[in-house]
Design a protein around this ligand. Sequence first.
Ligand code: AMP
Ligand code: MG
Length: 514
Amino acid sequence: MMPTALDLDSPTPALTGRAWPPLTQDFATLGDAFSVPVAVSPLPDPVLVASSAPAAALVGLSPPRDAADEHDWALAFGGHVAAIRDGSRATVYAGHQFGNWAGQLGDGRALLLGDWPDAGGGRHGGSGAAWEVQFKGSGRTPFSRMGDGWAVLRSSIREFLCSEAMAALGIPTTRALCLVGSSRPVRRERIETAAMVTRLSPSFVRFGHFEHFSYTGQTEQLRQLCDWVIARHAPACADAPQPALALLQWVVDRTAQLIAQWQAVGFIHGVMNTDNMSILGWTLDYGPFAFLDAYDPLHTPNTTDRGGRYAYGRQPAIAHWNLLALGQALLPLIDVPESALDVVNTFRPTYVQAMQRQLAAKLGLTQLRPEDGDLFQALLDTLEANHSDWTLSFRHLAQLAADARAPIPPALAAQGQREPQRLADWVARYRERLRSEPRDDAERAAAMNAVNPLVVLRHHLAQAAIAQAEVGDFDEVRRLLRALERPFDAGAVPPHYTEPPPEHAPPACLSCSS
Ligand code: AMP
Ligand code: MG
C-alpha cells in the first residue's frame, strides 16, 4: 500500500525508555581520506518489520518484548535516536565490477555508525570493539553517484533474512540486527517504500577499500589501512616479515573456506564484484542472490549478468580472480610481486580441499580418500542430468540404507526421474564406498542431517514473505526467520518451507536494482 502523505518533520513519537549503548567510532580515527561524516536521514513512520534475537544477543541486546519496545527499536534503527546515529560516516572504496575497473565507489547508501562491544564487552584481535554497526538505506552520501541513497523493503527483507539464514547455516556473514520499514516512497521499476537494515560485522572493509588507495597512488593510506585491519582482525600477520603478504594469505585462506561453504549449500551471491568482497572472507552485500533449487552449475539469478560471470559454478574461479585484484592492490606493500602471485595461487588447492571436505561431510563420510573426487564428480553429473533439487537430494540421501539390497527411498528416487539408471548406478558406487566407513546407517544419517539443511531461503519463500510485508503484514517474514534460524531441525521447520518451488513459480529474476 502506498502512503498518501509524507511529513518528514512530524514530531518523533516519544521513546518508551530503552537505553541504547553508546557507540565509539574507531574507523574514523584513520582520518578523512578513509571516510567522511554524513548525517543519517531518518525514515518517516518507522515500523519494525523484524529483528533477529541471535544477532541482538551478539551485542548484548534483548530482543523487543512488546509493541512499545518494538516502537523503540523502529525509532532507534530507523535513524531517530541520536546516541545511535550520531557520528555516522560514509567510507570510500573502489572496485572491479563484472571484470572491469569501476573507479571510485564508496558507501552510497550505507553509513558506518560505530562500534559496539560484543555481549561480553569483549574485544577481538587487537584494540577494536567487536562489532561495527552500519545502517543500509540511510540516505545519500558523497559516494551515491546516480543513486538515491535508499533501499527498498523488498531487497531489505532479502538481505535481512539471508544474513541470518547464512549465520544459522554456520557460514561467515555480516549480520542483520533488524529491519525497519517506512512510508517513504522510492522509485525503482515501480514505486516502492524505503527500509533500513542495521548490519553488524567485525569489519565492513572490502577488497575495494584497498583497491581505492592503491590505484590512486595513496601508498601511505594503503599501508595505514593494512595495518589497521591486521591490528584488529589478523594480529598474527603483524609479526610476519611482510605483513601485507601475510594478510593476503590470511584473506586467501578464509575466502577459499567461505566459497566452499557457499557451494556446499548452493548459495549464489549473484554480484561478486571486488567491492562486495569482505576482507574478512565473510559473505557481504546481499543483492541478486539465490539458493539453488535444481542443481545447475550455470545458474545465476542475476538478470543483469547475461554472460553468467557470477553463475554458481563460476564462483570459485571468480573468487580467485578477485583475490588477484586484491594482491595487485597490495603490491606497493610487497617486496617481490611474484610472491603475491604465489600466495593468491594457493587459493585453488585450498578451495578444492575445502570443497572435498564439505562434500565428504554432506555424504556422511568420515575420511576423505583420493578416489572420492571421482565419486563426488559423478554425483554432481547425476544431479545435473536429473535436475535434482540440491538441498533435498542430500537430505534424502541420508535416508538411503547402505545395504545394496535395500530399495532406493521413494523421495530420493523422485529426484532422479529423468535418468533413474544414472542415479541407481551412482547409488551403487556410494554404497560400495560406505562399506569402508565405520558409521552405521543411523549414525551416518544423523551426521548428514546435521550438515545438510532442510530449509534454505529459496526465492519463492522470500517472495511470499515480501508480498505480505508490502501490504503491511510482517508475520510471514518473522515466521520464515524462525525456521531459517534452525535450518537443520525437522521439528522446527514447517514442511511447506522445505519444498522446492511449485512448477508454475516464476524463476528468480533479480537485478542489481534494490
Ligand atoms: P552494489 O551493486 O549494490 O554492490 O552497489 C554498488 C555501488 O553502488 C556501491 O557503492 C553502493 O553503495 C552504490 N549503490 C547501490 N544502490 C544505491 C542507491 N540506491 N543509492 C546510492 N548508492 C547506491
Ligand atoms: Mg555492494
